[in-house]
Design a protein around this ligand. Structure first.
Ligand code: SAM
Length: 450
């Protein structure tokens, strides 16, 4: 499909004679890139790899493997992420402390959330939010598979955050819904949907989102604004509007000239143009909200505490499945126990009273019969104590059968809960009941198409 004519005109005005190089690049193959999780020590791809220059864990693959056939993909060992988006790391490194409370407002499917979660490690807290009802579940799945336990996945609007969480966040990322010009190569239907009118309506929606969430950012806090489109209406002009109407200053991002990242018009933000960088189109700008006196976010102690006391023996058993039980608050709600960072216990308990939380940290245990059993999300968590369960190493074929939730046929394995691994990385649990092993992989995550 041809590039839209109005888009061509637009880009000629924006880029001058360079525009033709951009148009040519949009008709080439998209690069394939992944970002490694620290669950894995070494890359196991056969093909040649190159490093993504602006992210230490980012790699380009020479060709696109069938990721679905790699059990390590399902175990959260890496995330398939467009290379330009990994530049968010530079904004974090340059302006954010790991002890921060961060909101990723438009977070699904979770590429940038998993990156932020990795950056915050065991020091910060991430709220990864998605307003779309369908997309929030894939976000939650990707967060659980990444396994840090420092992330709460919510399903709320920008307006609810702005109204209910005044001055809470040190950092907000708005990776805004946009007209998608940067995806013209990877997703040809983006060309069909594009129009001048779409650009205008996206620019308006973006300002609406920013205005709605603005009160949730602390004065002095950092806003990271990004899109996957090229035009100035959704990028530079909106950033200028943030500065003038909401009150913020642009923060420059240091970068190596060899990376070929283009400065935006009048130095407003940074563009990844595919004729310059090995990436899709991406725009990013980092801003600091103006300082002003403010009332810090207040946690109100709930009248009816959320977490009824668990049976002590259940708590002790669940804690014995963790490497660092002292790092986690454990909440039993109904039959389920979740674990989340203990230093944010009060805040998370309070936020849970009015935000729609889809997942909180990681699922640790559930009551079953007269005892408790581990939840799948524990097997994805990096803090799992591997030797708390008998480990059973699977072959690739067995691993794929497990991930398709097929019957297992393992010989010489002990009775009870088993932790199934592939190349040393946990994939999930099964239960050996004697004459068979029950496959406990979550049905909603199973591989459907091969
Ligand atoms: N940050 C994601 C990542 O790195 O994987 C990609 C986010 S995508 C560019 C933009 C997201 O914004 C979509 O998931 C979309 O559902 C969400 N969205 C759409 N309209 C929105 C609105 N009015 N307020 C907040 N989010 C919205």
């Amino acid at each position: 499909m041809m590039l839209p004519l109005d888009f061509i005109d637009h880009m000629r005005q924006q880029l001058g004679s360079e525009a033709d190089d951009l148009f040519r690049s949009l008709n080439t193959e998209s690069p394939v890139s992944i970002r490694l999780n620290d669950k894995l020590d070494v890359l196991t791809f056969d093909s040649d790899i190159d490093e993504v220059p602006w992210h230490i864990d980012g790699y380009y693959l020479a060709s696109r493997p069938q990721f679905t056939l790699d059990p390590l993909f399902h175990a959260g060992c890496y995330y398939v992420q467009e290379a330009g988006s990994m530049f968010v790391q530079q904004a974090l490194d340059q302006y954010v402390k790991p002890q921060s409370i961060v909101l990723d407002l438009c977070a699904a499917p979770g590429g940038k959330s998993t990156l932020i979660s990795q950056f915050l490690g065991d020091q910060g807290l991430l709220l990864a939010n998605e307003v779309d009802r369908q997309r929030v579940f894939i976000l939650s799945e990707n967060i659980q598979k990444w396994g840090n336990g420092n992330t709460i996945v919510t399903h709320n609007s920008a307006e609810e955050y702005g109204r209910k969480c005044p001055n809470l966040f040190d950092v907000i990322l708005v990776d805004a819904p946009c007209s998608g010009e940067g995806m013209f190569r990877k997703e040809p239907q983006a060309r069909e949907q594009w129009s001048n009118r779409l650009v205008q309506s996206c620019a308006e929606t973006q300002r609406q989102i920013l205005m709605s969430v603005w009160d949730a950012l602390k004065p002095g806090g950092v806003l990271i604004y990004s899109t996957c489109t090229f035009n100035q209406h959704e990028n530079e002009y909106n950033v200028q509007w943030i500065c003038d109407c909401l009150g913020a200053d642009i923060l420059p991002l240091q970068q190596d000239p060899s990376w070929n990242i283009a400065e935006g018009t009048d130095g407003v933000g940074y563009h990844f143009y595919p004729h310059h960088t090995r990436s899709e189109g991406f725009y990013i700008c980092c801003l600091r909200k103006h300082e002003e006196p403010f009332t810090p976010f207040r946690i109100k102690t709930p009248k009816h505490p959320l977490a009824p006391a668990a049976k002590p023996e259940y708590l002790t058993q669940a804690q014995s499945w963790l490497q660092h039980p002292d790092r986690w608050a454990i909440r039993f709600t109904e039959r389920f126990a979740t674990a989340y960072p203990i230093q944010y216990r009060e805040l998370v308990d309070y936020l849970s009273t009015f935000l729609t939380c889809v997942s909180t940290g990681f699922g640790l245990a559930e009551e079953r019969g007269k005892g408790i059993a581990p939840q799948h999300s524990l097997s994805m968590a990096k803090d799992i104590k591997l030797d708390a369960f008998p480990n059973v190493a699977l072959t690739r074929e067995q691993a794929l059968a497990y991930l398709r939730t097929e019957a297992l046929n393992l010989s010489d394995v002990p009775l009870g809960i088993l932790l199934l691994t592939y190349e040393g990385v946990p994939l999930g649990f099964a239960k050996n009941v004697g004459n068979r092993q029950n496959n406990l992989y979550p049905n909603e995550w199973r591989i459907r198409h091969l």
